[in-house]
Design a protein around this ligand. Structure first.
Ligand SMILES: NC(=O)c1ccc[n+]([C@@H]2O[C@H](COP(=O)([O-])OP(=O)(O)OC[C@H]3O[C@@H](n4cnc5c(N)ncnc54)[C@H](OP(=O)(O)O)[C@@H]3O)[C@@H](O)[C@H]2O)c1
Length: 324
């Protein structure tokens, strides 16, 4: 009698002193318990977080010591439901953001139903897989931390606009009625203009902070700026939002004010926000900025492209071609 089909998963493997992503055989998850969904993964995206792990040579969480596997978000199809599942059925197309342990780049993944949202109806699952981490981060940075909807006709600066988070952020800022200045190099200027940027500045040609302009919101996607640099270009109630989790600038400023002028986004796994992003996609207000989809076997190539400096939006790896 043949056993269950072997399951594939991506792991960071040490080769020649470097950590590289490789496809390995992995144990399939157990049947779903309680409110868990067993999801057959169609695709999973490459995020700055995956690249950061490999670059830092880390396979374990710095604080918890728990092992981390590449892949923090996914889209796929529900193939089994735990006995307490009420909101989903077998065959549903879902997307989700996993926790700090990652592991989304595997054939099957267990997901609690309260963490999942329905994938957009109007896109394939490869596009849906590009949404969770980057889309949630952009949404929660701009709508949450920067309170952009409460800032009419705001001027927004997006640094790192051509990559994953930036490509969502430019669109979300425009949707909120903002005037958007995007920092992206010349070959990718057209990409960010097509997403809605009003002005594009090439950081290799010009220091955007020296243009003599002021912004209500500065979103620092790569976490490359210090508050002291940005403070002179903020309007009176302007705010710097960074993806860099903790910095002395942030702590010092937050402690001294009721309304911080510098803050950091820590992405929350909100199914409500995911459903909102899916609705924006299905109503034609948000385009999923999918640059390229790689087959799972080419995951190392997907990482290389994501690191190449030529990235326009998101890169995904496809695990189940027939589902995408
Ligand atoms: N706090 C959180 O909860 C959270 C959540 C998600 C992600 N993150 C972090 O957010 C960062 C970005 O993620 P992502 O997925 O958007 O990465 P990405 O797709 O690689 O995009 C990063 C962008 O930043 C640009 N960039 C890099 N260094 C820069 C600099 N010094 N000045 C200006 N632009 C620069 C890159 O352009 P070039 O190619 O030209 O360098 C690229 O367009 C990652 O570091 C990730 O770890 C944090």
């Amino acid at each position: 009698m043949s056993g269950p089909a072997p399951s594939r998963a991506v792991r960071l493997v040490r080769e020649g002193g470097a950590l590289v992503p490789r496809v390995v055989a992995a144990a399939a998850p157990p049947p779903p318990a309680g409110d868990q969904l067993l999801v057959r993964v169609a695709a999973s995206s490459i995020n700055g977080t995956d690249l950061g792990l490999a670059r830092a040579g880390r396979v374990a969480h710095a604080v918890t010591g728990r092992r981390i596997a590449p892949g923090f978000d996914l889209a796929g199809e529900v193939v089994a439901c735990g006995p307490a599942v009420t909101g989903f059925s077998v065959g549903d197309r879902v997307m989700t953001l996993l926790g700090h342990g990652g592991g989304a780049q595997a054939d099957h993944v267990l997901v609690r139903q309260g963490r999942a949202a329905r994938a957009p109806r109007s896109t394939g699952l490869s596009e849906a897989a590009a949404i969770p981490l980057a889309g949630l981060t952009a949404l929660q940075a701009l709508h949450g931390r920067a309170a952009l909807p409460a800032r009419p006709a705001a001027r927004v600066l997006v640094v790192g606009a051509a990559g994953g988070i930036g490509s969502f952020a430019v669109q979300l800022a425009r949707l909120a009625g903002a005037h958007v200045t995007a920092v992206a190099d010349a070959p990718r200027a057209e990409h960010v203009r097509a997403l809605g940027a009003d002005v594009v500045v090439d950081r290799h040609e010009q220091d955007v902070l020296a243009r003599g302009e002021r912004w209500d919101v500065v979103l620092d996607v790569p976490g490359a700026l210090r508050f002291a640099q940005v403070r002179p270009v903020l309007t009176a109630d302007g705010v710097l939002v960074s993806t860099r989790p903790v910095s002395v600038d942030v702590l010092r400023d937050a402690a001294s004010r009721r309304t911080p002028r510098t803050t950091a986004v820590a992405t929350r796994r909100s199914p409500v926000d995911l459903a909102h992003l899916a609705d924006l996609v299905d109503t034609g207000r948000l385009r999923v900025p999918l640059d390229r989809a790689y087959p799972l076997e080419e995951v190392a190539g997907a990482h290389a492209h994501a690191r190449s400096g030529r990235l326009r939006g998101k890169v995904v790896v496809v695990l189940a071609d027939e589902l995408r």
